[in-house]
Design a protein around this ligand. Structure first.
Ligand code: NAP
Length: 249
């Protein structure tokens, strides 16, 4: 695969695994991060050491001007954009709906929904054959929480991922004849720092027994699904939501 791929939130966790695998499969990778610069540089170092091309680009996906700058910089540094992975995501923290704050809601929707849609806008402006582009692919990193609803944990986060699923289906149909495929992956419980960062370091062990496969997934297992959706092997797949959850959900 060739061309420039932007992976948002690629300094850690699932995004870092996607960026590394994309670099190994031939994409020039724009490794986006918000604050973890050293970690993003490490991901870039890994890709370059393996013979690939990558740059780290700071941009808060909750900010429209920073998103626009991310795309301009990626294109300037690496060449025409052929793909986007909307991976950056935040939960807003654990809260029952009766205690959720407007601030937590605004943050989760700003990054997970508004930011993802604005990134897709920038990608479509460049990739659509209708706009003189040569096509490409978009993969949104959703969550099985969109279907389970995440009651008692983070319903607001689940709702933001539900919005991302609807957006995936709608955009896929809107640009289906313009050389762009749009899909999502819906990871289940994945072993990243997200759980501890939200104050629940035991969440992976606690929920493992509720998963049919009896274990959390790895970021690499999610990355494989994303790279397949980006590849020509998925040429007739658009508007799809691929569960990667060990049978959960
Ligand atoms: P993570 O380990 O917490 O990593 C989050 C990544 O997103 C980091 O690289 C972080 O960069 C970046 N990020 C956060 N806010 C950002 C912003 N405003 N702008 C740009 N980048 C930002 O999370 P993860 O577990 O890998 O999750 C990645 C995606 O998978 C998310 O969309 C999440 O909702 C989804 N997901 C995760 C799981 C799971 O169990 N882990 C399950 C289902 C879905 P900085 O460090 O630079 O801020």
């Amino acid at each position: 695969m060739s061309g420039t791929l932007i992976v948002t939130g690629a300094s850690r966790g699932i995004g870092a695994a996607i960026a590394k695998l994309a670099g190994a499969r031939g994409f020039a990778v724009a490794v986006n991060f918000a604050s973890s610069e050293a970690a993003a540089d490490e991901v870039v170092g890994h890709i370059v050491a393996a013979g690939g091309r990558a740059v780290a680009i700071r941009a808060d996906i909750g900010s429209e001007p920073e998103i626009v700058r991310l795309f301009v910089t990626a294109e300037r540094e690496l060449g025409p954009i052929k793909g986007l992975v909307n991976n950056a995501g935040v939960t807003g923290g654990f809260a029952r709906v009766e205690t959720v704050t407007a601030q937590a809601l605004a943050k989760a929707f700003a990054v997970n929904v508004v930011g993802a849609i604005l990134c897709a806008r920038e990608a479509v402006r460049r990739m659509s054959t209708r706009n003189g582009g040569t096509g490409g692919a978009i993969v949104n990193v959703s969550s099985l929480a969109a279907r389970t609803g995440a009651a008692g944990e983070w319903v607001h986060y689940a709702a933001s991922k539900g919005a991302l699923d609807s957006f995936t289906i709608g955009l896929a149909r809107e640009v289906a004849t313009e050389g762009i495929r749009v899909n999502a992956v819906a990871p289940g419980l994945i072993a990243t720092g997200l759980h501890a960062a939200n104050g629940a370091p035991d969440r992976l062990d606690r929920l493992a027994a509720s998963i049919p496969m009896n274990r959390p997934g790895t970021p690499d297992e999610v990355a494989e699904g994303v790279l397949w959706l980006l590849s020509p092997a998925a040429s007739y797949t658009t508007g799809g939501i691929l569960d990667i959850g060990g049978g959960r959900g």
